[in-house]
Design a binder for this molecule. Sequence first.
Ligand code: HEC
Length: 201
Amino acid sequence: MIENMLAMNKTNILGLAIIMVAVATILSSCHDKRSRGLEYAPNMYYPIAYNPDQKNPIFENGISAQVPPIGTTPIGFTKFDEFPNTPEGYTAASTGITNPLPVTKKNLVEGQQLYIAMCGPCHGPKGMGNGHIVELGKFPAPPSYSTGNSSRGGAMNQLTDGKIYHTIQYGLNLMGSYSSQLSPEERWKVIMYVHQLQKPQ
Ligand code: HEC
């Protein structure tokens, strides 16, 4: 008798559970499909400002993400247009720009770290043109900073801030440009360190 009652209870509980799930399903399906239900502090995730991908009635073309006006410079970006990748641009850079950073131990150490990572594989740890890629026989040796000659004329140890910056910006023959790997500030730190390597090693 008791066993029978337990069996009945189990059936009842199961039945009730099924009905509850069915009711919940029906109720929730009546809901607006786009609603996310109860929203806590909606101002936090519905910004008043337009999102870049949203339509925008303020602009004529109706787009929020506008292209910057011609002639403007993005924040943190340094223009180099006046020194094009030509022999004239190279010479103009030589006298036209100088390192804006002070020579400090910190800047030199950071410049050294960047140099070792970016330039050392070819130019070598001391700038002698014997980096490990060169030693493996995979790459022709760049001229030594302290004793070599530039293929553009003059001694490597006479290369100015602007000439080195121009080289980092555009590259030279087999050496590629490093403009996307090094920010202007990082380039100046590397240049500061290259000047150390131009001294007799
Ligand atoms: C893939 C190897 C390689 C890497 C990496 C490399 N260079 Fe060079 N670099 C060369 C070669 C080769 C030359 C000689 C190019 C020539 O004169 O034809 C050269 C030349 C130069 C010159 C002389 C430019 C001139 O006016 O004659 C400078 C300065 C220079 N590199 C700086 C750097 C700096 C700074 C870095 C790191 C940001 C760097 N290089 C990374 C291979 C490299």
